[in-house]
Design a protein around this ligand. Structure first.
Ligand code: KG4
Ligand code: ZN
Length: 351
């Protein structure tokens, strides 16, 4: 079955066509990063308006790229939450309009749970190297780290659509920390990609930055202290004027601290859960340093990391999970509402 996925929870307007939860026929993403760059972060009101402009062109592009029409599509999946209320609303209403117009079932999807299946995308094998056969390959159980601009969560995925949240960030998300550190260093928005590039050229041992909560029990994260440490470096070492060499070394030192914390907490959660599988997903999973370090430090664990185009926000992951939702939870009615703080664990309430 082909599922049309729709994602508008933050600053990407995205549509995708995915077959049977895995084979990606198209993945159209209109990013608003340029629109928000001059403000140094996402401005919700501007984001909702930009979605309204991008929805129809992106929808048409996804169908055209896949070479299909709505007649070929079996269901429509949309991100219901969590995310920015006004942004979610544009996608949910658009999805309901299409569902009504073309008489298709509607699947309601949790955004972060969407990230958790992104390792399945674009593969003939599933994330664990098993050939995809029948309608449901065994893609569970696994531990997942979803690290993005809005979330940093360790989740034990015990079965299809069975989630146990093991740990979350107490303050900033990992991607948010990248964005804030980049801003302090005078490097534009979004900060992740440019910090990633500079970190590869700098000395990770140049500055001894804190590893917040790394040694503490529990699986929660905290990144705001790291941001403060970067601001002190900028003030005291760079004297308010970061040079290119300082930017490279500070980016590398910052990245080393983030990687240490993320992977130490992940390793502990994997061990405590007694699982042999780990999925690294979300915008921060496109970080080259983190991808390499995960492979190196989690030896003996089967690791699933999506191609970078499926790490940052996209609708292919929403379509993929929507396919599981249709088969398990069932379709939603046209009374579906956006839910800005939708909980992941209570799957029945997604509907
Ligand atoms: O998953 P995503 O597209 O959106 C949310 O759901 O938040 O993640 C975006 C976040 C941004 O904070 C961005 O700076 C970060 O992911 N990011 C990166 C990289 N690429 C994107 N962080 C570190 N390294 C990267 N290469
Ligand atoms: Zn996301």
């Amino acid at each position: 079955m082909l599922v049309l996925g729709i994602e508008t929870s933050c600053d990407e307007t995205a549509f995708a066509v995915v077959e049977d939860g895995r084979r990606v026929l198209s993945n159209a993403v209109a990013s608003q990063a340029d629109v928000h760059a001059r403000f140094g972060g996402v401005v919700p009101e501007i984001a909702s308006r930009a979605h309204l402009e991008e929805l129809t062109p992106t929808y048409r592009r996804a169908l055209a790229d896949a070479g299909v029409t709505m007649g070929d599509v079996g269901a429509i999946a949309v991100t219901r939450g969590p995310g920015l209320a006004g942004c979610l609303l544009t996608g949910v209403e658009y999805a309901k309009g299409l569902a009504l117009r073309f008489a298709k079932p509607l699947a309601s999807v949790h955004h972060v749970a969407g990230h958790l299946v992104s390792t399945e995308l674009g593969r003939e094998m599933n994330a664990w190297g098993e050939p995809v056969a029948g309608d449901r390959a065994p893609w569970v159980p696994y531990m997942a780290l979803a690290a993005s601009g809005g979330h940093t969560s360790l989740v034990h995925v015990r079965g299809p659509l069975e989630y146990e949240i093991i740990g979350q960030t107490l303050d900033d998300a990992a991607g948010e920390a990248y964005d804030k550190a980049a801003k302090l260093l005078g490097l534009g928005y979004p900060g992740g990609p440019v910090m990633d590039r500079l970190a590869a050229q700098g000395d990770p041992g140049a500055y001894d930055l804190p590893r917040p909560v790394m040694g503490k029990a529990g699986s929660n994260f905290s990144f705001s202290g790291l941001k403060t440490a970067v601001s002190l470096l900028v003030r005291d070492v760079a004297r308010g004027e970061p040079t290119p060499e300082f930017q490279r070394d500070a980016a590398a030192s910052f990245q080393a601290a983030v990687i240490d914390v993320l992977l130490a907490k992940a390793a502990r959660a994997i061990e405590e859960a007694g699982t042999g599988r780990f999925a690294l997903v979300g915008g921060v999973a496109s970080n080259r340093g983190l991808r390499a370090a995960a492979a190196e430090r989690l030896a003996g664990i089967e690791i699933g990391i999506p191609p970078t185009e499926f790490c940052t926000d996209n609708a292919a992951m929403i379509a993929a999970l929507g396919w599981h939702v249709i088969g398990t939870v069932g379709p939603s009615t046209l009374g579906l509402n956006a839910a800005p703080s939708l909980s992941m664990e209570d799957v029945d309430r997604w509907k």
